[in-house]
Design a protein. Sequence first.
Length: 327
Amino acid sequence: MNKIREEFFVIEISHLTKKYGAHMAVDDLSLTMEPGRIYGFLGPNGAGKSTTMNIITGYLGATDGEVKINGFDIFEHPQEARRCVGYLPELPPLYQEMTVLEYLQFVAELKEIKKDQRRDQIEEVMELTGVAEMSRRLIRNLSKGYRQRVGLAQAILGKPQVVILDEPTVGLDPKQIIEMRELIRELGKSHTVILSSHILPEVSAVCDHIFILSKGRLVASDSTEQLTHSLAGAPQLTLELKGQREAVEALVAEIQEEKEPRPAEALLTAGSQEGLWQVKLELSGTEELREKIFYACAKAEIPIYRMQLEEHTLEDVFLNLTGGEQQ
């Protein structure tokens, strides 16, 4: 990205609020999105994800606040702003009795794509989404995976800067899910993609940046790695050691050294077999500690039956930030 565009945000949301009577669906939400990145929207049911996405697409108004898309205010210049957005809802808006080509021609007309550009753009999106060979097939005769691809093709037709995908892999089989993820990654090279999903591994797999919403408010905003690292806490190392309790306690105390540890005896629990002791240690320098444990156990002649790193996941972060609310 060149110097002129360094601080450009393709989406700017400022103090967005949406009320339904006494219910606050979106509560003073502010966030920005940069071009050419894939953003994930996470949150339990009622968190405000769908409401926010519907406001961005222009399907809903707001009680208060501001939303700008590519510099256009969605409330003051709705037509210009909507041209910048392609949308794939959870149930794609497909006409079953049309062929794929007929449907995309219809969408191109609705989007007011210039006549001399329609053919090339339709061929381009069909090729990108892998439906070119299905162009003459009726949509009702397509599999769920291909219908989802056609829905994605209509969303990106017209070359919008922003593509919004609401639960894009719902109902797909594992192979189709992998293919859809690859398509989303490809889209991220030339569009700003907003992905809403209940499937946490999917968000982890494809998104550069994650927004977590709870009760209409933004509770976290960062990359997957940073969210997991900074909010989930230190990873743990679980050990199963064989030996006399006193010897294992002494070994654990030696390993912990000057880390202001809990008493070694408080860390020990019965292992999976008689004579084994289980120990859980919080880590700061994983590789160094593993090596230290190996040599200390060898020196003390205490066998290691198990050594397992338990890293926190995005799911741990999600449950921690949303208080375990139902998705």
